[in-house]
Design a protein around this ligand. Structure first.
Ligand SMILES: NC(=O)c1ccc[n+]([C@@H]2O[C@H](COP(=O)([O-])OP(=O)(O)OC[C@H]3O[C@@H](n4cnc5c(N)ncnc54)[C@H](O)[C@@H]3O)[C@@H](O)[C@H]2O)c1
Length: 382
């Protein structure tokens, strides 16, 4: 008989929960007949939608031909047939719901950050370990084509001695008055779990760790550049959370990463995020999808002369890294990865302890800025 895995999906009415996790991941996996195991067997995914609004859940279920949804998380968790709980709620609601799922014996997979604080993240990691349930946190950026290519270069030794990484992430998020804001208003309220450090430093932590080396120290300066925004009802509110962060991350092995994250910049780049990686042997520039390289032997000699136009077309001296394959949606790939972890024990290193390192970096980044100093990042133990 074909096997199924029932997954409880909480937060599917949200931006990430609906588009990336339900539609692009779980429903896409269902359409392909289930997740493919190493044995060649396919296991179909049966979603149970959970949320606060019956109308919204009914609407989503009808739109996608699904029949299981509830506003009662306890009821969903009481179903022994459901083995996995997934959480893409607002960050502030995550800890309590995930603890309840762990207590109900579910394997748990969650959006980042896994909790609002390091203590909360470690409590979740310990609870999952003690209950013996599998646990994972979304590390979607690692599955992006541009970063897959960067990792390929790093693994191949392309950079030689790694020197520095410069990251530029950001775009203008409309204030919400004369044009609708393209992000939810809770993102701009500290008291509701918002802020760009809490949002982006967990991503930078796992990107740096998995591509270039663990972060050993952080120096950050954060700012709230836009003090007043307008919420979903058009009402003005005070932006109490940071909307820009200027971070320096010292890596194991000696390289330095400097990453700007901002919701208050306009884009004059090819992509919304770009990383330039410089090593003695070569350099690379990667975005979400593309990646270009310049080897030391193909490096033009730049000569500073403000009196003349630069004779070198610098952008022309870079070579595209080929795809060499087809890239599926990163969220879907990680869903398949986590489900194989649950179903057949495939290693999935992006666990709650890894998620806790993301919360740790966010917390230290905010503290570094508040105290105006560099902070070391201690090794976390459970
Ligand atoms: N991996 C990524 O690239 C990425 C990108 C954006 C957001 N996220 C994370 O995903 C999570 C959800 O973010 P989003 O942008 O989808 O947010 P959103 O506001 O669009 O959705 C939030 C969801 O939480 C639910 N919710 C439960 N309790 C709530 C409450 N008390 N107040 C408000 N909503 C409540 C909402 O109904 C909705 O389903 C956050 O933890 C965020 O950090 C991850």
């Amino acid at each position: 008989m074909p096997r199924n895995v029932t997954v409880i999906l909480n937060g599917v009415t949200g931006r990430m929960g609906y588009r990336q996790h339900l539609v692009r991941s779980v429903l896409a996996i269902r359409e392909q007949g289930g997740v493919l195991l190493s044995t060649g067997e396919r296991v179909q995914v049966e979603p149970v939608l959970v949320g606060r609004s019956a109308d919204k859940l009914r609407d989503i279920a009808e739109r996608h031909g699904l029949d299981r949804w509830t506003c009662d998380l306890e009821e969903a968790l009481a179903d022994d047939a459901a083995s996995v709980y997934f959480d893409a709620q607002v960050t502030s609601q995550r800890e309590e719901a995930v603890l309840a799922a762990i207590a109900a014996g579910k394997h748990v997979y969650v959006e980042k950050p896994i909790a609002e604080s390091l203590d909360g993240a470690l409590a979740l990691a310990r609870a999952a370990r003690d209950a013996g349930v599998k646990n994972g946190v979304v590390h979607d950026k690692l599955y992006l084509p541009g970063l897959v290519k960067l990792k390929r270069l790093a693994d191949a030794g392309f950079f030689g001695q790694l020197l520095s990484i410069r990251g530029e992430f950001g775009y203008w998020v409309f204030e919400g008055d004369w044009q609708a804001a393209q992000r939810p208003s809770w993102n701009y309220r500290r008291e509701d779990g918002g802020g760009i450090v809490l949002d982006m430093f967990p991503h930078w932590q796992y990107v740096l760790e998995n591509l270039f080396g663990r972060v050993r120290a952080v120096t950050a300066h954060v700012a709230t550049h836009v003090p007043t925004r307008y919420d979903e009802q058009g009402r003005p509110y005070a932006a109490t959370a940071d909307d820009a962060a200027y971070g320096i991350f010292e890596l194991e092995g000696g390289a330095v990463a400097q990453i700007n994250s901002s919701w208050a910049v306009r884009v004059h780049r090819d992509e919304l995020v770009e990383f330039q990686v410089d090593g003695v042997e070569g350099s690379a520039v990667a975005g979400l999808r593309g990646c270009e390289v310049q080897h030391r032997a193909a490096t033009p000699m730049a000569v500073w002369n403000p009196d003349l136009p630069d004779p070198v077309d610098h952008r022309a001296g870079w070579q595209a890294v080929p795809d060499n394959g087809v890239f599926d949606n990163g969220f879907k790939l990680q869903w398949e990865h986590f489900l194989r972890h649950v179903l057949e024990d495939e290693p999935h290193p992006y666990d709650f302890l890894s998620g806790a390192r993301g919360s740790q970096l966010a917390e230290l980044g905010l503290r570094s800025s508040a105290e105006g100093r560099r902070l070391e990042v201690p090794e976390l133990q459970l």
